[in-house]
Design a protein around this ligand. Sequence first.
Ligand SMILES: Nc1nc2c(c(=O)[nH]1)N[C@H]1C(S)=C(S)[C@@H](COP(=O)(O)OP(=O)(O)OC[C@H]3O[C@@H](n4cnc5c(=O)[nH]c(N)nc54)[C@H](O)[C@@H]3O)O[C@H]1N2
Ligand SMILES: Nc1nc2c(c(=O)[nH]1)N[C@H]1C(S)=C(S)[C@@H](COP(=O)(O)OP(=O)(O)OC[C@H]3O[C@@H](n4cnc5c(=O)[nH]c(N)nc54)[C@H](O)[C@@H]3O)O[C@H]1N2
Ligand code: SF4
Ligand SMILES: [Mo]
Length: 752
Amino acid sequence: MRQEKVTYCRICEPLCGMIATVENDELISLRPDKQHPLSKGFACPKGIAFTEIVNDPDRVLHPLRRTADGGFEQVSWDTALADIGERLRGVHRRHGSAGIGWYFGNPATFSTGHTLWTATFMNLLGSPHVYSAGSQDVNNRFVASHFLYGNPVAAPIPDINRVDLLVIMGANPVVSHGSVMSSPRIREGLNAITARGGRVLVIDPRHTETAREHEWLPIVPDTDALLLLSLLHVMFEEKLADDTRLRQRAVGLDSLKRIVGEYPPEQTATSTDIDPDTVRALARSLVRTERAAVYGRIGTSLGRAGTLTTALLDMVNLVAGNLDVVGGSMFGDLGIPGQRFGVAALQRVSRFAWSGRRSRVGDLPQVLGTAPASVMAKEITTPGRGQLRALFVSAGNPVLSVPNGTELADALDDLDDLDLLVSLDIYRNETNAHADYILPATTMYERGDFLLPFQALFTTPFKQATDPVIAPRGEAREEWTVINELVGALSRQVPALGALHAMNTMATRVGRAWNPERLSDVVIRMGLGGDRFGLRRGGLTYRRLVRDEPHGVVVGDGLMPGRLRDTITYRDRKVRLDAPELVAELDRVATAADPRLPLRLIGMREIRSENSWQHTAPMLLRGGREHAARLHPDDAEARGIAEGDLVVVRSAHGQVELPVTITDDIKPGVVAIPHGWGHNGSGGWTRANAAAANDLGSGGVNVNALISSDPDDLERLAGMANMTGVPIEVSLLAGARDERQPIAHSLGSVPS
Ligand SMILES: Nc1nc2c(c(=O)[nH]1)N[C@H]1C(S)=C(S)[C@@H](COP(=O)(O)OP(=O)(O)OC[C@H]3O[C@@H](n4cnc5c(=O)[nH]c(N)nc54)[C@H](O)[C@@H]3O)O[C@H]1N2
Ligand SMILES: Nc1nc2c(c(=O)[nH]1)N[C@H]1C(S)=C(S)[C@@H](COP(=O)(O)OP(=O)(O)OC[C@H]3O[C@@H](n4cnc5c(=O)[nH]c(N)nc54)[C@H](O)[C@@H]3O)O[C@H]1N2
Ligand code: SF4
Ligand SMILES: [Mo]
């Protein structure tokens, strides 16, 4: 029987509404949900193509165990879990909790059960080896908020629906669909700003898909901090800022003024390549436009001082009078009474506080209980107490996503040091190619979800919960259920896990087992529009959401202004503008030039790809897929490089070989290369690998071979990888031109 089921997509942050057509428990197709109040019938190609992911013959549907010859064989869950449990206990006996680690990747964020269970398990285990994609993405947002507001999880988002001047720095929402912001139909949201007479200004080294639809202001990569310092400089120098109001809301204003006094736009222009008059005009517009906001993302996070840059974004919004006001940069809200105290308490009782612990290798701070993934390889290979001996990787592909994947791949193969590697994934990828076990996980449509992490990020307050639309395929299991098994496996050796295990067992016995739905239900009932456990009649519960509001429900007219005082956990409820840790980062913002590496590397995202996966769906491969470096004509000409040529790209840390595309849509001196490529046959994605052999394009190269994993090269406050503005040089690959076609189609990953 054919059924239409209302659900939503959980690949990226807008969480677009979807209608799934299901027949005999098989997913037949997906189409955008026209009745979704926010996405209103929009879905992108990745979302639609997900049917092909769910049903992909390449999917891992049974537990796999490594064989002596390096292949994989199917085993039962019982066999896999018994052996993993046994080996885990062995590692724990020999090396303690600190021998066990976990890396969770980006898709984990889109599963409430996955994130909460991982965090709880690792926190109770007490291991410092928790890693995530966050140290290549967003962790400095948490650290900036920690310093500014004393609240790491506070993340201001632009009030897209009401802003009249939006400055986008280092984000490309037309392709990414928005990040650290859930705003379905973002492209329309941006166009609506100009339609109502407003402006959208994109500050980016590349003339991106977003910049093409709006105003473009090119900038030299990794100089955004200097631009922001100059904007503040002008706001104070020209007395545009409202001092009295600022003193009511913040402390450290005089230090900030002193600091930014040293960054006049006339001086920073030599680094940013932005005309001082443009900076002055922008500073004035940001203050004088009633509803204005500056928003930054990956491009402002992956520089050498990303935490400082991120903090400066908020400072510019604050000083311009645009923070926490309608049409500005605003704080989303769960609407739960007392949440401010909850955050403060959580930081005290757990290891989630910033720098609550520092990494053994590199002495870098932890962020929300996670350490920098860049040091994971060295944590495996560096002997001594606390050496990482058993690693779980869930929903991640760090061999492609983390700096220096070759180093990590080698460490994962290092049988002297690593006793156990277990992956929870839906595919065989370049990382779990090295695993002892690959355990099959469900895709998003095989699990229910209410996404807690995104509740405060919706630009229109919104709630939606879904049941699974089909049963798990094959023997796939939800990650949290597997984690429950691991809790059991270590329950005798780790008292805190023993206590949790006993609670789980009891709860299960009385039919009240904890699961993601029950936890989410508590948050829904306490939050905006919730039934407050009966105090608010007709209020929301998880079940009511699924049953009565399957398309989701808007729970507020817009973001609420005046949230700042409840966001700040400092006793005086004032923003801190002069944290010494941030000030110390100023010495990193100046650019050092190396004449041998005159070009600057930046990243970019592609519309039909999600990081390192979804490269197997035929719908997304239509028309071919080719990895290429984007180079400006001036830079190409100076090096004798022509369109399609195969080039060598070198940094101080490694090199890759790939074809070039020559384009005016990039600032001279800058080279853009997408990440997530480098399918060299070690993963199980048949079509992505086979692409080299047919006309679908190549498997590409791993751009992170050019990025440093040396702890000294990581950003100091969040341990973030420096993935943008990296000095490189590009040169024609010797002898490549004569054989251009065949070589371009047989690119594998080139070791550094
Ligand atoms: N150079 C450079 N590097 C970057 C970036 C960049 O801009 N430039 N961006 C960084 C960013 S922002 C991110 S988020 C990271 C991403 O890095 P990672 O999170 O490490 O890797 P992904 O490519 O997202 O791989 C996700 C994996 O999860 C699997 N998967 C998908 N859905 C599920 C599920 O429901 N359950 C389970 N268990 N597995 C699932 C997929 O098969 C895939 O193997 O890359 C980072 N790396
Ligand atoms: N289609 C698609 N959508 C995605 C993803 C995907 O892989 N594919 N990934 C998802 C993930 S994991 C994330 S985190 C989000 C990211 O969402 P975004 O941050 O919006 O996406 P990016 O395309 O990485 O945009 C970063 C922009 O910063 C620019 N940039 C680079 N360096 C600098 C710099 O130094 N200064 C300035 N001002 N700009 C700079 C780049 O040119 C690029 O346009 O996207 C999500 N959405
Ligand atoms: S933009 Fe595309 S991938 Fe992202 S949630 Fe919407 S449909 Fe899914
Ligand atoms: Mo990300």
